[in-house]
Design a protein around this ligand. Structure first.
Ligand code: HSE
Length: 431
């Protein structure tokens, strides 16, 4: 026989309920900060509470802003912490003064929302430890795939979040540039367009050198693998070495070159890289074009999961930040990256065994050397090869190779270079 205890009236959950709206101190009033202010001042009807911006930290208080005089500006960050707002939104970017101000806010137990990849990638151990020690909410959904809310979802769904690897396109600027170059636009035109649309970092070299992607990768590894890996310990390659012809030949070989990140972990070590890769058209990431970002979570209990959407741009980022503000107020329980992080490790840079997309250049190519035989002697088997053509005054040929270890490929290309004088440029194939 079962006995059933009588029903009890449950106490309502104790969420903070800001009576006069949620007060937000805004650190930074650039592209993203201004969009946060604009959206906070005229929030969508779905917003649960009104928002109030108590002030914005700016370097130059006299510079005109898109928000006009609707937001009070100051160059003294500390003044925005006292009296304490309900939430700090850190949209300064960069390391300082963002780190100092965020730590001061956390010390005062003021919830923090940030989209600052550099801060979390470089000072993540310190910032997350401070948040855990004081029990202060720290939200960073907009730091990776800014317009796609998935980090918080997985923080609350630990079974779904138990997977051993992921790959993704996490930098909108370089994905936009490569997509435009594949459509025959020039690199500099595409970059200028990305800057105009507010996708690119203030210093776009962080995007084009792969630094932004490596920082996001470090954040993803912390979030999903529960490991602290320094962004500068991750192998990162930029897109500067790519030619438009590479993109055209990749298309002819049945794929595309995409700026990807990938990581895998097994409880002992993490392997990771950020850089351009040949993505076959059958791969889920091959269709992620323009400023779109995506992440493919592989081997989750229910199967692979793909999340895709806008990864950059002021409005998507601002919408995600304001949802984070509400979550920080409600203090929804999440897996913050606190004491559970094991030893700090470096990601192993070696690529696993993978296929390769190769461009050879050199005068000797026109004489038709036995490339397949020379590479084959080192165990590198070619899959496809283009006819050689003259490009930028150089004879060039494009190839794809069957999967082999990176070291084997490098040895084979060195031997080819010694025998023919050819230079080689290669990127991995994403599987
Ligand atoms: N510069 C970044 C990008 C902005 O292009 O993805 C969003 O993090």
């Amino acid at each position: 026989m079962f006995t059933v205890a009588p029903a009890r009236t449950l106490a309502p959950a104790t969420h903070r309920s800001p009576r006069n709206g949620v007060s937000i101190a805004l650190f930074g009033l650039g592209h993203v900060g201004s969009a946060v202010a604009g959206l906070a001042l005229e929030p969508p009807r779905a917003a649960r509470w009104p928002f109030r911006i108590t002030g914005a930290l700016v370097r130059d208080v006299h510079r005109p802003r898109p928000t006009g005089n609707a937001v009070a500006r100051t160059s003294a960050g500390d003044s925005l912490l006292d009296p304490a707002p309900d939430v700090i939104v850190e949209a300064l970017g960069g390391l300082e003064p963002a780190r100092t101000l965020v730590l001061k806010a956390i010390e005062r137990r003021i919830p923090v929302v940030t989209a600052n990849k550099s801060l979390l990638a470089v000072h993540g151990d310190e910032v997350f430890a401070a948040a855990a020690a004081t029990g202060t909410p720290l939200r960073y959904e907009a730091a990776v795939l800014a317009g796609v809310p998935f980090l918080g979802t997985f923080a609350r769904r630990r079974i779904a979040a138990s997977f051993p690897s992921f790959c993704g396109v996490v930098n909108g600027t370089t994905n936009f540039i490569l997509t435009e170059m594949a459509a025959s636009r020039s690199y500099s035109e595409a970059l200028a367009d990305a800057q105009r649309r507010g996708f690119a970092e203030p210093d776009p070299s962080n995007d084009v050198l792969g630094i932004d992607a490596a920082q996001k990768l470090a954040i993803l590894i912390r979030h999903f693998a529960q490991c602290s890996v320094r962004a500068d310990a991750i192998e990162a390659t930029g897109i500067a070495g790519l030619w438009a012809r590479d993109l055209h030949h990749a298309a002819a070989f049945g794929g595309a070159i995409k700026p990807v990140v990938a990581a895998a972990w097994d409880g002992v070590e993490v392997t990771a890289f950020a850089g351009p890769a040949f993505v076959p058209s059958s791969h889920a990431l091959a269709r992620i074009d323009g400023v779109q970002n995506a992440i493919l979570l592989r081997g989750a209990p229910g199967g692979d999961l793909l999340f895709a959407g806008p990864g950059a741009g002021p409005l998507p980022t601002a919408a995600t930040i304001l949802d984070d503000v509400v979550e920080a107020i409600e203090d929804v329980e999440t897996r913050t990256m606190d004491g559970g992080i094991p030893d700090v490790r470096a990601a192993r840079p070696e690529a696993p065994v993978t296929g390769w997309f190769i461009r050879l250049t050199g005068a000797a190519l026109a004489a038709g050397p036995d490339i397949s035989g020379l590479l084959g002697a080192h165990g590198v088997r070619l899959r496809r090869a283009s006819e050689e053509e003259v490009h930028d005054g150089r004879t060039a040929q494009w190839l794809t190779a069957y999967p082999c270890e990176r070291r084997r490929l490098e040895t084979a290309l060195c031997a080819l270079g010694a025998a023919t004088g050819c230079d080689a440029f290669c990127v991995r194939e994403l599987t």
